[in-house]
Design a protein around this ligand. Structure first.
Ligand code: CAA
Length: 248
């Protein structure tokens, strides 16, 4: 039997890389989605670096804020490997500032990248999954979609939107062997966190009961579980992995 195909958007980023490695180890043909403003060199270097560690991961170019570009990405994957069995909607950005300073561009950029992209990609893979009567959609949301965050009205709104989307689609496809779930990481040690000013970062760290930031692998393992055969009864759910920073 040929390998199941897993697409991870934002696959070359901090959490994305850990998810790609984990799903590769789980036996999937993994495709790391990337955009990088159309610059391919960084993604190729990432791929080469992982190849040295023994990871055979394909690259899938696509601007997740653009329907046609997403469509081309999915079509290329279908040509090379077959249709997508596991979609991890992981790509996302921040444009943090208080609402009084937030521009319409900062709002739209975050909503397009973090939420509209989830509709585009899921919409583009769902019919093939329905036909196969098997599929896994895992959306990477955030603790800040659950609790809100000072300086993140755009990001918190987009991440919270993922829950409604997942729960609605989960109901539509549940009888066809497809699950749709969300993972909500807390503060994970990646470059996104390093963009937060040091003083604020230290304050955030001190509010995490386990006393540290999370590791990307700790999110990847949750994704691996939800993507697996044994998680077929879990759908429309959200799993928080935040070191106890927000319990609800
Ligand atoms: N609660 C209350 N007040 C706060 C605050 C908070 N959490 N953070 C800052 N303030 C206060 C400041 O002390 C300052 O007060 P004064 O005006 O009295 O001096 C004021 O708010 C600053 O207001 P500004 O409008 O000037 O803020 P700004 O536009 O400069 O934005 C900020 C500041 C960029 C939002 C900064 O607070 C920040 O970076 N906060 C962290 C945001 C954050 O957690 N981002 C997460 C990134 S990682 C991620 O998103 C991944 C994930 O999923 C977890």
């Amino acid at each position: 039997m040929s390998k199941r195909v897993a697409l991870v958007t934002g696959g070359t980023g901090g959490i994305g890389t850990a998810i790609c490695k984990q799903l590769h180890d789980d036996g999937y043909q993994v495709v790391a989605g990337y955009y990088a403003g159309g610059k391919h060199e960084k993604a190729l270097a990432w791929q080469a670096e992982l190849a040295k560690e023994g990871y055979d991961i394909a690259l899938g170019f696509g601007n997740i804020t653009d329907w046609d570009s997403c469509n081309a990405c999915i079509e290329n994957i279908k040509k090379d490997f077959g249709s997508v069995d596991v979609l991890v909607n992981n790509g996302g950005i921040t444009r943090d500032t208080t609402l009084r300073k937030m521009t319409p561009e900062m709002w739209h950029e975050v909503i397009a990248t973090n939420l509209t992209s989830v509709f585009y990609m899921t919409r583009l893979v769902i019919n093939d999954m329905l036909e196969k009567k098997w599929g896994r959609i895992v959306n990477i949301s955030s603790i800040n979609g659950e609790k809100g965050q000072f300086g993140q009205a755009n990001y918190s709104a987009a991440k919270a939107g993922m829950y409604g989307f997942a729960k609605a689609v989960a109901q539509e496809v549940a009888s066809k062997g497809i699950t749709v779930n969300t993972v909500s990481p807390g503060y994970i040690a990646t470059s996104m966190i390093m963009e937060v000013p040091e003083e604020i970062r230290n304050q955030i760290k001190s509010s995490i009961p386990v006393g540290r930031f999370g590791e990307p692998q700790e999110i990847a393992r949750v994704v691996s579980f939800l993507a697996g055969e044994n998680a077929g009864f879990i759908t429309g759910a959200n799993i928080s992995a935040n070191g106890g920073q927000y319990m609800h």
